[in-house]
Design a protein around this ligand. Structure first.
Ligand code: TXA
Ligand code: MG
Length: 352
């Protein structure tokens, strides 16, 4: 049972309020929960070194207890305290991408409780690139465990209102920093094996990592249809990001995709269903049937990443019965966008 409480929402969209930030830091140090913006998605923070505080995160989100949390730090020297081995590759990646949307996995030290790592001997660490996140980590004692601040199974929050929708009454405070900049969770790289392995694709893609440290592999469990081949990040096996409606992705040549989606929409309309379509600014006008949402423009892929989760939430609210989405194999973030979208679709993807 989660004890219900009053959640204070603090508006910091115009800048950091020092008094409120000090209060937020106190809440974290005393074992409470504060949601905060990062450059990727909103996180639900607790003191990572306090097992009971971490346990509150799992309870508030309804998160399975074997799914480990990412520890957020705000200075590189903090890494030593929680990671028992820091390979050269990690130093190079930190130099290149921290603060930023990159999480690295290390063997943990005793300082990190198993309640934070889901029982694992490794710890995921990230230094976020957001002034509010950095100020909170500093005020909260330097080590903040934070998963995405959504109810387990819902799309990650990209604005404070999404956090309030899911967690109001279950956490102490929400720091509102406005809409996030990236909209998809950080890239996760495992550095504990023979080769660096991407456990979750994100804004920083495989070739950006390889430009810094050489060969990087993708976790084969990410793309496999074989249910025996499990992703290595425990969280990637769950059907996260699941909208209430059934979602189908249509891939193929642009015009063929539009024809196919229109054909599917017509069938669903005949059956009395309510249709949602995820398109782009380039294609939105070509869909006469259904509620059409342009995620962004193909010429600026970040706009697509940024609006994806928000659109899935909007379609939930509208109560559509079927969602059809174009595929988004964009150059930098295509892998990350499609990874989230395919999971939301429960692997329903057809070729036009
Ligand atoms: O962008 C992000 O990473 C956001 C913001 C708030 O920082 N956080 C986030 O956390 O996405 P979460 O809990 O929603 O996703 C963390 C993922 C899960 O799939 C989890 O299983 C994996 O990281 N993970 C955490 N620790 C791990 C470990 N020691 N080994 C393997 N996977 C780990
Ligand atoms: Mg999450």
């Amino acid at each position: 049972m989660v004890r219900m409480m009053e959640t204070s929402v603090i508006d910091m969209t115009a800048g950091i309020d020092g008094t409120e930030m000090a209060r937020a830091g106190r809440i974290i140090r005393e074992g409470g929960l504060v949601a905060f913006p990062t450059e990727t998605v909103y996180g639900l923070g607790a003191n990572a070194l306090d097992e009971e505080a971490s346990a509150k995160i799992y309870a508030a989100k309804g998160r399975p207890s074997d799914n480990p949390l990412i520890v957020h730090i705000c200075e590189f020297s903090a890494l030593d305290k929680i990671a028992s081995q820091i390979p050269e590759a990690a130093v190079k990646l930190a130099d290149a991408f921290w603060p930023g949307p990159l999480t690295m996995i290390f063997p943990k030290t005793e300082m990190v409780p198993y309640g934070t790592t889901g029982g694992l001997d490794t710890v995921a660490v990230r230094m976020p690139d957001h002034p509010i996140a950095q100020a909170l980590i500093e005020a909260g004692g330097g080590y903040i465990a934070a998963p995405s601040a959504n109810t387990s199974g819902r799309p990650s929050p990209t604005k404070a209102a999404h956090v309030a929708e899911d967690l109001s009454g279950r956490i102490d405070m929400i720091l509102d920093g406005g809409a996030v900049g990236i909209g998809l969770e950080s890239t996760i790289v495992d550095l504990t094996g023979e080769y660096p392995v991407i456990l979750r694709p994100g804004y920083i893609n495989q070739s950006m990592l390889e430009a810094v440290i050489g060969k990087v592999k993708m976790d084969p469990g990410l793309t496999a249809d074989d249910p025996n081949l499990r992703p290595k990040a425990p969280g990637m096996k769950y059907r996260h990001y699941a909208p209430k409606a059934s979602l189908t992705i249509v891939e193929g040549e642009a015009q063929a995709v539009r024809r196919k989606i229109n054909e599917l929409a017509r069938e669903e309309q005949k059956a009395g269903g309510m249709i949602g379509i995820i398109a782009t600014q380039e294609s939105a006008a070509d869909y006469p049937i259904g509620i059409v949402k342009a995620a962004g423009t193909r010429t600026e892929e970040l706009t697509i990443a940024m609006h994806l989760y928000s659109i899935l939430r909007e379609f939930d609210e509208l109560g559509v019965s079927k969602i059809y989405s174009e595929a988004f194999d964009t150059p930098q973030m295509g892998q990350a966008i499609m990874n989230r979208l395919i999971k939301a679709a429960g692997h329903q993807i057809i070729t036009a």
